[in-house]
Design a protein around this ligand. Structure first.
Ligand code: ARG
Length: 258
């Protein structure tokens, strides 16, 4: 090989190695993935449409994470399993209409949505439930809620776990998914479902059901990360602060709530 040829082949090698390095750089960027866990039984926040998980929470968290240059993968896990999945690093973020509650072993972002609980019944059932009689009426019904939710907790703590309770433990039926509770309501295996009001409103559009009573629970939804994951928490908080109140945000609300 003459000198010129040698220099040329050296340059080729440098170029090829360089390309390899920059390509591996790209691969690393693709690996910058965040796994979002949700419980896709909760329209309009998260639900399955044509085999895909969609909804307000999913679109919002994807917007925020993609803006931070992450790729997003969404995993569907029943609500009661979400915190465990987060704490065992199977997922990085929970986006599941999860109410901010200091007793939950996670770190929450700033709130992004406010909701009360409600009592969903079949329209034909004709219950009159109000502020004065709601405890008495509910204590005589079979009530469904999703396991691990504030709805199930409310029924248990307000109607069952009290002195002189008239409601029995087995009058509260816990379901892995709210959609299964809805099925049992329409099958008349349940008299009522205690569930977040915006979701009850969405369900009431699909089946012949209505909201018979609103429970003033004043909940706020937050995204959640593993306790101590302060970098991701800060990024999500920045993202939320940047998004909330913008035209994009208004459009997202319109898309899923109107
Ligand atoms: N907001 C309620 C809670 O935090 C219910 C959330 C249920 N979410 C769901 N995706 N199924 O307990």
């Amino acid at each position: 090989m003459n000198k010129q040829k040698k220099i040329f082949s050296m340059l080729v090698i440098i170029a090829v190695v360089g390309l390899g390095i920059s390509l591996s750089g790209c691969v690393e960027e693709i690996e910058n993935k965040i796994i979002v866990g949700t419980s896709a039984d909760f329209p309009p926040f998260e639900y399955v449409e044509d085999g895909t998980i969609v909804g307000f929470d999913i679109e919002m968290v994807t917007m925020i994470l993609e803006d931070l240059n992450y790729t997003v993968e969404v995993q569907d896990i029943a609500f009661e399993g979400l915190i465990g999945a987060l704490n065992s690093d199977k997922i990085d973020v929970i986006a599941a209409g999860m109410s901010i509650d200091p007793e939950r072993e996670v770190d929450f972002t700033i709130p992004y949505y406010e909701a009360d609980l409600s009592v969903l019944v079949l329209t034909e059932s004709n219950y009159t439930i109000n502020e004065t009689n709601h405890l008495e009426v509910l204590a005589n019904l079979t009530v469904g809620a999703q396991t691990g939710t504030t709805g199930a907790d409310w029924v248990y703590e307000t109607l069952i776990n009290i002195t002189n309770a008239t409601m029995q433990e087995d009058q509260l039926k816990r379901y892995t998914l709210y959609t299964l509770a809805l099925l049992d309501l329409t099958n008349k295996n349940l008299d009522a479902i205690v569930i977040d009001k915006p979701v009850a409103e969405a369900f009431a559009e699909d089946v012949d059901a209505e909201i018979a009573y609103t429970i003033d629970s004043d909940e706020e939804y937050g995204l959640a990360v593993k306790k101590g994951n302060s970098d991701l928490l800060a990024e999500l908080n920045q993202g939320l602060t940047k998004l909330i109140g913008t035209e994009e945000w208004t459009n997202l609300i319109k898309k899923y709530f109107e």
